[in-house]
Ligand binder design. Sequence first.
Ligand code: AMP
Length: 476
Amino acid sequence: MSFSSLGLSAPLLKAVEEQGYTTPSPIQAKAIPAVIEGQDVMAAAQTGTGKTAGFTLPILERLLAGDRVKPNQVRALILTPTRELAAQVHKNVEQYSQNTRLTSTVVFGGVKINPQMMRLRQGVDVLVSTPGRLLDLYNQNAVRFSQLEVLVLDEADRMLDMGFIRDIRKILSFLPAKRQNLLFSATFSDEIRQLAKGLVNNPVEISVNPANQTATTVEQCIYPADQKKKAPMLLKLIQDNDWQQVLVFSKTKHGANRLSRFLDEKGVTSAAIHGNKSQGARTKALENFKTGEVRVLVATDIAARGIDIAQLPQVVNFDLPHVSEDYVHRIGRTGRAGATGKAISLVCVDEAHDLFSIERLIKQVLPRMELEGFPVVNKLPESRLDTRPIKPKKPKKPKKTFQHNDGQRSGENARGHKPVSKNRRHAGNAKPATASTDGAAKPQANARPKPAANRKPAGASPQRNPKNNGSNFKAN
Ligand code: AMP
């Protein structure tokens, strides 16, 4: 199958070609014609499937046909949970629309609102936004929706996890009732289905997993450690193995800062990203990490979500996450697209409980390693695999959303805690080292959530080579 058979016009086909894409991914093959036809779409697709082009290209196609946008109006609105994802999606919108007259912009918190208001004055065909900043802009009369034709909720499950449900409902109440709705989510929990009920009409349902997951292997192990020795242990691991690009997860923002400073002092270039950092600082850190200027990126879970980093060889859990599913998301950032990745966790005695929960979730005891020169004083108890099935937790109301100011938007509140809706999915037979691809199949209305291992973390993609020849994706 080729892109030209999907109903896209010449300027969009040219942009696709310029990106180096030759074959549509499964989700693109299904979503593009459906969206061009004007149908609502509900898609179970994670980052890495090509979903962004899957909704952006046909939206642009539709917008090419309609009236020009009026001042302060928006014709297509794409909502994303994080600033990073908003920026990435917008980058794609810019790339795909470069040969057209269509305009676009991105708005999110953490940066000045005035330039965004100025930009919106002329109106934009496509607006990519995080929910909080959009509400702020709407409340200040900077944006109007009477010309709105299409709404996209991207990574809807993350939006709910991050407590954005009220913001989303509020935004929906401002939009014209007659519009096209596209809902993208990695999983379809009860909460998402509830949201979808009031959102999409008679949708085309699409479900895909990222290609190449079957070939993906992640070598996992833990290093039992004394808490105070973790930083020098990490340094030794980086130096001994000559790791050039490491994503390190830290539980807290302060911990991330401290560790980053320590590594820098020892001559290993490092940067920290978390919700207390300005948007500029986060973007710069990420860029420097991508280009290799910075060897180690220390991130909190929320800050790392939605980050588009090409396949990472090495992920380190400096602290284990309290939520076991986050472990699966974290290690899913390595070993993509058939390559082997390594995920190492430094685990102290206080984290024994978190470790056992993770091992229960992934149904395997993680191999333990020792690092020369770091004998462990506070011994970590032996693991004994708990094979009892994990019961799904009862759904609970999402926590109150955060204030709509600029500072703390992006999923972490002022104290650095992330709001997690309590009905986080539990993986059944999660097996993070390998996960299967099922091509395209319909999500069933009352299907159980997919195992966490089959979900890819937001922002993770198999390969981010713009001159990709399409081999990331199974031809449909
Ligand atoms: P996404 O799932 O939208 O985050 O896309 C994942 C990555 O795949 C991005 O880096 C895209 O540039 C790339 N991509 C999207 N569509 C295609 C395609 N048809 N062929 C090759 N690469 C693609």
